[in-house]
Ligand binder design. Structure first.
Ligand code: FES
Length: 495
């Protein structure tokens, strides 16, 4: 069979593939994402053909035209390799979302591995159980990304007959991640724990996800799952069974349970909240007696999806904006020219545009135009602002309904922790200005990857530690609250 070379810029990689290889099959291994699952509708997989030829089918040309792509732009998801080519990849190296926070623990002997299996990113840490020191960290994009960026596309893809492939793919990738972690530490492992959202847990466990696809989104077995390394195909010796922690509800998984442990929310006298602004926005409110939680319909806007120039918090993304003497100044991750805007930049942009009265209280662009420029060609469209308002209203309404369920006001919360991929870039004042969280900024804290911190803490705990938390935790369906629609619409306004 004929072989061809593909050069990837600016990654500096060269790969050799068989004739007619679909680019989607090889590029996802290099961290390139396919948010619409390769349907040719989102345009986020576009690549610039620098050299060589990629023949375009009629369908490819039609989709490219619809997305306004011309000349040498191609949609990687609809392209095949038929000769040597050089491509400039629009997406960039992603940032590693690891965490090395300190926490209290009882020393044990040996090594353990904590894994946060996220919809977008997988992070694994090798931990010395005598000191809680992280000896090695490995991360990767979740390879299931080629089946879609968000949970709904993944669930749909499972139902379309890809479940077994997605299970095999994630098990084998995590197995490789563990081998990389252990490359310099050839020793038996005491324990391996995993956390992740409910869909990730079910897919990893080879369980049916179809109940997550339709109302009432009931999961028959959200409990913890244990595995033997052999059944997962992992070449690792581990003394305890591999343990995937239980989910709390249909869309609130063990990553949030780990977040509760990481914040210590379940031990506090005062009411505290945890908001995870990840691909799927989850909120927890509670104290040592009662905890309520919910997943919101925030959608992936904070991850840059559904925003015309949106991107994740990676090189080239505007991560923050500031107003200096009436001029908007931007900070770009990696100190390069801006290519797009990530969640934290989006929050800043809306807060600043409102401050400058360039958008009104309904988010309408006051000039009547459809696009507001921010910096070096990057800006927001009216649709982007509307997407942001929907997302921020979902968080604000969720917080309002959960506090109401506990019989308290938002103002009574002692503090709120924010977790999420772009957490470190967030400007808390702007979160408050947009009305997403109606508390003074001093009460809001950024906490990084709470799922990973919690997973690490699980390495030192009895597996039963979560039983007590689950007993006092209620999963609430926000849409089931009689006042939800009114509150949601109200929270869409900007002050
Ligand atoms: S256009 Fe969406 S992945 Fe290619």
């Amino acid at each position: 069979m004929r072989k061809h070379n593909i050069r990837l810029h600016p990654l500096g990689k060269e790969i050799r593939v068989n004739d007619q290889t679909p680019l989607i099959d090889v590029l996802h291994e290099y961290g390139i994402e396919f948010p619409c699952g390769g349907k040719g509708t989102c345009g986020k997989c576009k690549v610039m053909l620098l050299d060589g030829e990629i023949p375009m089918s009629d369908a490819h040309r039609q989709k490219a035209n619809l997305l306004g792509l011309s000349g040498d732009w191609r949609l990687a998801c609809l392209s095949k390799c038929t000769g040597d080519i050089s491509l400039e990849i629009e997406q960039f190296n992603h940032l590693i979302l690891a965490d090395e926070s300190d926490f209290e623990f009882i020393p044990a002997s040996g090594l353990g591995i904590a894994i946060d299996l996220g919809t977008t990113t997988v992070v694994a840490q090798l931990v010395d159980l005598s000191s809680a020191r992280v000896l090695a960290v490995e991360t990767m994009l979740n390879p299931q990304i080629r089946f879609g960026a968000d949970l709904i596309s993944r669930i749909q893809s499972c139902m379309d007959g890809n479940a077994a492939e997605m299970t095999g793919m994630i098990r084998s990738s995590i197995g490789t991640l563990i081998e990389r972690l252990l490359a310099k530490h050839q020793t038996a492992i005491e324990s391996i724990v995993l956390v992740g959202n409910t869909a990730m847990q079910l897919i990893f466990s080879n369980s049916d996800v179809s109940s997550l696809a339709c109302y009432p989104f009931h999961v028959s077995d959200p409990g913890s799952k244990t595995f033997d390394p052999k059944e997962l195909g992992w070449k690792v010796q581990v003394k305890e069974p591999i343990h995937f922690f239980p989910s709390i509800g249909s869309f609130v998984g063990s990553d949030i349970l780990a977040g509760i442990v990481a914040t210590g929310l379940h031990k506090k006298d005062d009411y505290t909240a945890l908001i995870d602004l990840g691909t799927n926005g989850e909120i927890v409110v509670g104290n040592k007696n009662h905890i309520v939680c919910a997943s919101t319909a925030a959608g992936p806007a904070f991850e840059g999806s559904n925003i015309s120039m949106g991107m994740r918090a990676v090189t080239g993304a505007i991560s923050s904006l500031e107003l200096t003497n009436g001029i908007i100044e931007s900070k770009v991750i990696g100190n390069t020219d801006p290519k797009g805007i990530c969640g934290s930049g989006l929050i800043d942009a809306v807060a600043i545009l409102r401050k400058l009265d360039r958008i009104g209280m309904f988010g309408e662009i006051n000039s009547g135009e459809q696009f507001v420029p921010l910096s070096a060609g990057v800006g927001l469209s009216q649709k982007d602002i509307n997407e942001f308002l929907l997302a921020k209203a979902a968080i604000a309404a969720g917080l309002s309904i959960l506090t109401k369920n506990l019989g308290i006001q938002i103002a009574e919360l002692r503090e709120i922790y924010i977790a999420g991929g772009f957490g470190s870039y967030i400007n808390l004042e702007n979160i408050v200005l947009t009305g997403m969280i109606e508390l003074p900024a001093e009460k809001i804290h950024k906490m990084g990857n709470t799922a990973l911190i919690g997973a690490k803490m699980f390495l030192f705990a009895e597996y039963g530690i979560t039983d007590e938390i689950l007993k006092k935790t209620r999963h609430i369906s926000l849409e089931g609250d009689a006042g939800f629609q009114d509150i949601y619409v109200d929270k869409m306004l900007l002050q």
